[in-house]
Write a new protein. Structure first.
Length: 51
């Protein structure tokens, strides 16, 4: 079975000129899910320390 992970990034309301879309298609969903969780946790931890 194949899995697709889609993410978008833009600065709504900040007059951003760019919209970035990322699509990852894989048969190895566990590995990608682990990477996504780890990256999200790291970003959230960094954001908390910036406040």
């Amino acid at each position: 079975m194949e899995f697709a992970f889609l993410d978008e990034s833009e600065d709504l309301g900040k007059s951003s000129k760019y919209l970035v879309l990322t699509l990852i298609c894989t048969r190895k969903s566990k590995e990608i899910t682990k990477i996504i969780r780890k990256t999200k946790k790291k970003l959230l931890d960094n954001n908390k320390s910036a406040k």
